[in-house]
Design a protein around this ligand. Sequence first.
Ligand code: ADP
Ligand code: MG
Length: 721
Amino acid sequence: MYEPSLSTEVQFLKGVGPKPAAVMNKAGLVTVEDVLYRLPRRYEDRSSIPLISTLRVGHFATIRGRIRRIDSKPLRGGQVIVRAIVNDGSGSIVLTWFNQPWTKAQLEKSGGDIFAYGQVKDGTSSHEIASPEWEAASDEEAAEWFGKIVPVYPLVEGLSQKTMRRAARSAVAGYLRLVVDPLPKSVREQQGLADLQWAIRQIHQPDDEASRLEARRRLVFEDFFYMQLALAMKRAATQHEIGIPFPVQALLKGQDPGPPLDLPPGTLFTKEERAARAQEPLWDQIHRLLPFALTGAQKRVIQEIWKDMESPHPMNRLVQGDVGSGKTAVAACALLTAVRSGYQASLMAPTEILAEQHYTNLKALLEPVGVRVAMLIGKQGSRERKQASQAVEMGTAEVVVGTHALVQESVKFRRLGLVIVDEQHRFGVLQRKALRDKGFGNPDVLVMTATPIPRTLTMTVYGDLDLSVIDELPPGRKPVKTHWKRSSERMQVYQSVRGLIEEGKQAYFVCPMVSESEKMMAQAAEDLHYRLSNGPLQGLRVGLLHGQMKPREKEEAMLAFRNHQFDALVSTTVIEVGVDVPNASVMVIEDANRFGLSQLHQLRGRVGRGSQQSYCILIADAKMGDARARMDVMVATNDGFRIAEEDLRLRGPGLMAGTAQSGHADFKVGDLLTDGKMLEVARQVAIEVVQKDPKLSGPEWKRVLENVRKARSEAGIITVS
Ligand code: ADP
Ligand code: MG
């Protein structure tokens, strides 16, 4: 005899059997526990059974009555319609089943007394219900599915609602008693959370709506709680690490910050060098170097960063700001602070083009005050590359800009004190860690992301980081005007862009996303470039940029565009992140329906960076609801956070940029769109718990800890514990 346990296979559930079990396995339902936690997608309230004479069109209703007549009629094309007339003494209704000829025999066998559920429609002579769910009233299961609130489960092909209900029912009946509540009583009582066994039963077989909601609340809390505990523990662990206390106060006052801590011998700074650097108070220097006044939000975030840098524990901060909010200037201030304190600092960008742009800008900005900037990217020539790595290793390069080439094993820093990762959503958690590991001890880490994501996602994906938000755009920006045009209007679009170019504006043309392959994308760009420069843009200076070009060529193309030697730049999505050419004010996106919302928002963010009016033209034949919705959102708003919310709504959290590979957003019960409040609560409780018991070593946490470990590995959170 086998011992029933939560890991018993589904085929042993009453009413399931091996064949449906195989289908269930494929749908991720392997054990009884999986079934208990497979939540209904929705519910049908069948708790009151109205008289047939009182039914109203459009309503969903359960009826009970006797079959008066059954017939089946062939239709054109070899299809069949089965009809049954059912009467309950108050009136009659017609039930119809389209192309399910077997229903006739089943109805005939039913004994005549049946329950049925579905939406009431207007029929020819009386009301009708098309394709109702039904059961013979004599069937012992009938009582289960009628006369109460009935669960409707998510299904896969080959798995029927009936089988799934049976499985869930027998799991609850036979195995629920084996479920042990992992939450300590203290947490449950403090939060007024229901008992777990009760909650699972109510989720599958709710007594009423209030009980169902209470049950759900309990399960959602638990779902979020483990993830938040994992994140809180990770944060707590870094808060105990020893980092570099950067001498920010001294720098602000223009005093000698003293030598860097514990450096290996051969530090490059002589006393004189240090003194030369120390002279100008940091704010004064920043104001002098930057060509614009910082916004209030930028200043606030810089101060938040400084506070972390001063602290003896390593910084782990996320700077979030919509496209164009000026994250680069904030990064530059942090880099300067680290260098003036005597450390190296690095900035990792997701693409070579972006790394090159940061390199050019930072050189122009920081070299006048003697900061030495170097670049490390994958496709560099070997001589260049070697020179740069040597400078990094010797410490003569103080600011090092690069792509993921920075995290390669051969790259060694002399005294890396600050790591900045730009456009984080392109990098995995692991790359962030790899760069951090190159640091001197525990370097400070700053992550910058331009993809605004809803706060609920921030709390999960980046929940281990402290958050700064740049919630203000530099002054004088005009919102980008966005238009959606069909492909039949393409020529008019080209003509009007030509007109704008002739007024002195510069335009991007982003070619359609034809495939994932860089090579095919390059061909598409070349093709569009050819068509435009020999057609609608003839006589204008049209540049080309794609991922297959050599780094030198890319750099030259970008530079020429920046210097207004090109009127238009035809490009693949390589310009998507970070590229900054303030004079460019027109963005044409071909086949825009092929892009996701956050990608469109990023692309549009390439214009609207100067003070002139900018335009974004989406060329798309968006017939599908989803594509239409995306175009409509783009036309309606420039607000990155609103777009992110819409993106989450349209695609679901699992597919949001950067989270797909991480699995962070996969909650069994919780819904990041609607359960934001509960997420806050779970986060708060998690923080309090971890403050009291950073490693959850108390006995009451034993089961919770197991679940936290699972949540942690699913989320790719690496913790020292
Ligand atoms: P993002 O946050 O998208 O990375 P950038 O750092 O590229 O934004 O900045 C966008 C543009 O705004 C750049 O051209 C930059 O020089 C400019 N900029 C940044 N901060 C300010 C400011 N405070 N005042 C005026 N222009 C600014
Ligand atoms: Mg940027």
